[in-house]
Write a protein that binds this ligand. Sequence first.
Ligand SMILES: [Zn+2]
Length: 135
Amino acid sequence: MLKKGDKLYSILTGSCPKCHMESMYENRNPYNPGSLFKMHERCSHCGTKYKMEPSFFYGAMYVSYAVGIAFAVAAFVISFLLLGATLLQTFISIIGTLIVFLPVIIRLSRNIWINFFIHYDREALTQRRASRSAS
Ligand SMILES: [Zn+2]
């Protein structure tokens, strides 16, 4: 279902938005303290520069707002509608969900943000290899 070439693949795995060959992040685990925001400068496979301009990823904050709401809605549906929790319990579970999933939300937002601007390119790898061997 999830395969290279789908935008969703890059978004969910945090892989290079252009070639989907490697992770954009130095540490794939978002819960590793200290490396949440550490990203590679560029893709070692296709050479795509992730941070296209200074403070490029500030825009991801707008996305994180939407992603955070999606998580909050999911928490609401599960605790209030499915588990029959009280409003207070539901409120607590929403806050807890947002705190626990914050690293995931931040990374998902970056992945979605960069995928707005860079699209999958099947040719990216072969072009890069060709230009390397030519020079
Ligand atoms: Zn790449």
